[in-house]
Design a binder for this molecule. Structure first.
Ligand code: NAD
Ligand code: ZN
Length: 238
């Protein structure tokens, strides 16, 4: 029995805090991992610059070109790690997922208690009349997606760099983290704020980190697993 298995077996209120590394096994590249988007060349820009609030308003056509080709994976399916979290929720052990991911894969896996602190590509809103659009709106349009009712710009419900995350989503996420007995941090470099600082709300028994590379939380974790999330979670018996 692995240490993670025994911690999970002994826990009653688990929260999992996930990042882009949780979805790489589903074919979605992360930013800072081995094959992440940071390794690419984007005309001298970083993905963070392009996915920023100011870039969105100054160069919306370029924003959507990058966003469509690098951030949208409508055919991606949950991997073994997402499926394990679904089983943990069904077993009544997992009290919530706090995710920085915008791919919607935790919901697709069936989890209900998901705090998407950076939003989701599956939701899009008109900036003028607030009309809702699904992902198809962005996928099936060219250039800047426009509202069918009023012609306004349709913006993904994705928190861009320089934008504040939704207050109520963050409050819910922090409440779950402060109430859990075990917090599992997985597939994240913990370098994006304010999400990374949410870990400060944890006062439970076991902080577990599962990541391919070192993270700032390793020093205070009771268990650090340097490995592949899909393998580690996929091997759990729930
Ligand atoms: P990050 O790219 O900064 O860090 C990912 C971490 O996961 C790295 O440390 C990497 O070594 C590790 N990793 C990658 N694959 C792994 C695997 N299979 N097993 C174990 N570890 C693995 O990602 P972040 O910390 O989430 O921050 C990036 C920001 O970009 C987030 O705000 C997120 O919203 C956004 N983003 C989201 C997606 C997505 O929705 N899938 C993809 C790319 C970026
Ligand atoms: Zn509109």
């Amino acid at each position: 029995m692995s240490n993670l298995q025994s911690i999970i077996d002994a826990s009653r209120r688990i929260v999992c805090f996930t990042g882009a590394g949780f979805s790489t096994a589903s074919g979605i590249p992360d930013f800072r991992g081995e094959h992440g988007l940071y390794a690419g060349e984007w005309e001298g820009l970083t993905p963070e610059m392009i996915l920023s609030q100011s870039f969105f308003y100054l160069h919306p056509e370029k924003f959507f070109a990058f966003y469509r080709s690098h951030m949208l994976f409508p055919d991606a399916r949950p991997n073994a790690a997402h499926e394990a979290l679904h089983r943990l929720e069904q077993a009544g052990k997992l009290r919530g997922i706090v995710t920085q991911n915008i791919d919607g894969l935790h919901r697709r896996a069936g989890n209900r208690l998901v705090y998407e602190v950076h939003g989701s590509v599956w939701e899009n809103y008109c900036l003028d009349c607030n009309a809702f659009y699904g992902l198809e709106k962005v996928l099936r349009s060219e250039g800047i997606p426009r509202c069918e009712r009023c012609g306004g710009v349709v913006k993904p419900w994705v928190v861009l760099y320089g934008e504040a995350p939704d207050k109520y989503t963050c409050m819910g996420a922090c409440r779950e983290i402060s109430n859990c007995d075990t917090l599992i941090v997985a597939g994240t470099s913990l370098s994006v704020e304010p999400a990374a600082s949410m870990l400060e709300y944890f006062h439970g028994k076991h902080l577990v980190v599962v990541n391919a590379e070192p993270t700032p939380a390793d020093a205070r974790a009771s268990l650090v697993i340097r490995g592949d999330v899909a393998e580690v979670f996929g091997n759990l018996t729930v």
